[in-house]
Ligand binder design. Structure first.
Ligand SMILES: Nc1ncnc2c1ncn2[C@@H]1O[C@H](COP(=O)(O)OP(=O)(O)OP(=O)(O)O)[C@@H](O)[C@H]1O
Ligand SMILES: [Mg+2]
Length: 596
């Protein structure tokens, strides 16, 4: 049998951390306290039954068989049956009780973690990669599930069994107990060694599984490139290498188990031989009963098994504690773009102003933006242009408070965005991402994401307003078409239309757009442009522009270069200035002769 979880040295918790995790867990388990106590009662009962069996056998031999008393023998047999029956029932109940508590605990934990994840800012997601967060919710929760489902009870029952058995043995015959305990050090030392080795081996297996998986994944997702360059042989060699390493790692774990379990079995048999030999001699001397020797033989397994169990469960418990520690860390992470404790609603209309904004991404060496001061009047359209990596998207993110600036502030109608209520902020200022994400569900539901209270008519109207309704009504199932179903995959243009319809549904005063860089085919392009134009009508617009046509429709243009505002003015002014924008515009004119 293999112990399950393993824990690396960097994950292993120290005393103080373990204490903290325990205290936190007690708090989380609080609603299920009743079930935990029930499980403890059941586990104690069940352990007592396990120890009682051999004692009844002793009673049957000494009082029944030796003395030839049928009554005593019958009583022992009946009592034995009752004990086994109780153990059977209690054994089931204890698993029910601990799993009711454990699964409830995990369910609450998942909710708390997910809730916190949803509240976190973009900056948080820059710091924490999606894959790691997903593994918190899957691998870390799973490692605890494993512990709860079978480990926790076994851990407690092993400890109880060890204590109860030693007490019973001492009471029965302390001399024989001392002889038996002489072999215990061998088991204890071997178990500790096994626990360390198996932990290391299991970590190794986990690493090799990961490596093997990533070569597999590369081989599948990169199959086009691999075949295009005829790299199958090379890929196969790499896979063979990682596969071989996995095989070796697994075999290593088998070898460790084989020596350990072999040794434990041997020592167990050796101990029984000692008991029979020494016990037989003692009983011959008349200092103990024959039944006592029999009870010893039956009880001796209860000494070795718990030590074996505890050494294996030790790794599982430690890895679960490490997982819990990480999960509690997620729950405790305060969202950094949080709502002010006394938020004020944003006014209906107003100028959006950046006051001396500077921003640096977490962990980045350079500022992504420095000392930007800019005012966008109500109803004005401002285009942000500049080379790639200049900081245009960063400006858009700050103006819509996806991030808080490192220095300076953003105001709307003279209210600092940091003081504004989140609800009013997301009503006034809507960010339309380059590629709108589609959730599982219908087109209708996907547009409604922007405002869950919207009626079907309102959703249809918002699509109508951007001129996209007819296009979707042409689908056989109209707006009730599932967006992820096979055969009804939406095109890039259609996805953008849904994204724009969401914004139209909110009907915000300010629209922040990060224009898609990918090109659509001219037909779709025209539809999306038309939708965009209707959406922008009558609103304040800040658009990160990658197309000359978009720039030409703007009232003013801000050129962002090397994290700074380089130029600001109308198209004509900036062309006349003959600076960066003039160069950019003439490059655009040359490359897009058909653009207006
Ligand atoms: N999440 C992030 N974490 C760290 N650095 C970032 C992050 N996003 C952007 N940057 C860096 O900040 C700088 C500005 O990025 P930004 O996305 O604002 O550029 P951009 O002008 O929008 O470029 P593009 O035209 O390519 O979209 C770049 O140097 C970029 O590498
Ligand atoms: Mg960008």
């Amino acid at each position: 049998m293999w112990g399950g979880g393993a824990v690396s040295d960097e994950d292993r918790l120290d005393r103080a951390e373990t204490g903290k995790v325990l205290r936190r867990s007690v708090e989380f388990v609080e609603p299920y306290r009743r079930w935990v106590w029930l499980a403890v009662v059941f586990v104690t009962l069940s352990t007592l039954c396990t120890v009682a069996g051999p004692l009844l056998v002793k009673f049957a031999i000494d009082r029944g068989l030796s003395k030839g008393s049928a009554t005593a023998l019958n009583a022992a047999v009946i009592a034995y049956c009752v004990v086994v029956a109780i153990n059977y029932i209690v054994g089931r109940q204890q698993y029910l009780a601990i799993n009711t508590a454990g699964e409830g605990f995990l369910r609450d934990l998942r909710v708390r973690v997910f809730d916190r994840l949803q509240a976190q800012s973009m900056a948080f997601y820059d710091r924490n990669k999606a894959g790691v967060l997903v593994s918190r919710m899957t691998a870390d929760i799973e490692s605890m599930g494993e512990l709860i489902q079978w480990g926790l009870l076994q851990f407690v029952s092993a400890a109880l069994l060890l204590v109860f058995t030693i007490i019973v043995l001492l009471v029965l015959s302390w001399e024989l107990t001392l002889v038996v305990l002489l072999v215990m050090p061998i088991i204890v030392v071997a178990s500790i060694r096994f626990q360390r080795q198996s932990n290391r081996a299991y970590l190794d297996v986990r690493e090799k599984v990961g490596q093997n998986l990533s070569t597999l994944q590369e081989g599948i997702t990169g199959v086009r490139v691999i075949q295009a360059y005829h790299r199958q042989g090379e890929q196969m060699r790499r896979f063979n290498g990682s596969n071989r390493a996995l095989y070796d790692a697994h075999l290593h774990t088998v070898r460790i188990s084989v020596w350990y379990f072999g040794l434990v079995e041997f020592v167990g048999i050796f101990a029984i031989a000692i008991v029979v030999g020494v016990g037989g001699w003692l009983s011959h001397q008349g200092s103990i009963d024959v039944g006592t020797v029999a009870a010893f033989v039956l009880l001796i397994g209860n000494l070795f098994e718990p030590v074996q169990m505890l050494s294996q469960l030790y790794n599982t418990v430690q890895s679960a504690a490490a997982s819990l520690h990480k999960l509690y860390g997620l729950i405790d992470a305060e969202p950094d773009v949080a709502e002010h404790p006394h938020p004020v609603p944003l006014p209906q209309r107003g100028a959006l102003v950046a006051h001396d904004l500077s921003f640096r991404y977490d962990g980045a060496e350079r500022h992504a933006l420095q000392h930007l001061t800019l005012s966008v009047a109500p109803g004005e359209r401002l285009a942000l242009v500049g080379p790639t990596g200049a900081g245009k998207s960063t400006v858009a993110k700050l103006l819509s408070r996806l991030y808080d600036p490192t220095d300076g502030r953003v105001t709307y109608g003279d209210v600092d965005l940091r003081l504004a209520s989140m609800a009013s902020l997301r009503e006034r200022v809507v960010v339309v991402p380059q590629e709108g994400f589609l959730f599982g569900g219908t087109i209708m539901e996907n547009v409604r994401v922007a405002r869950p209270s919207a009626t079907d008519d309102e959703v249809a109207t918002s699509l109508e307003r951007i001129g996209a309704l007819d296009r979707f009504l042409e689908f056989p199932e109209g707006l009730h078409t599932e967006v992820r179903k096979r055969g009804s995959r939406l095109s890039a243009g259609e996805r953008q239309l849904i994204s724009l319809a969401r914004a139209a549904l909110v009907d915000p005063a300010v629209l922040v757009l990060d224009e898609a860089t990918s090109n659509l085919d001219p037909g779709t392009e025209a539809v999306v442009e038309h939708a965009l134009e209707s959406l922008m009508e009558g609103r304040t617009v800040i658009v990160v522009a990658h197309r000359l046509s978009t720039v030409r429709r703007a009232d003013r243009i801000a050129v962002i270069d090397h994290a700074k505002l380089a130029e600001l003015g109308t198209h004509d002014e900036l062309v006349a200035l003959g600076g960066k924008y003039a160069a950019l515009a003439s490059a655009w004119e040359r490359s897009q002769p058909t653009a207006n």
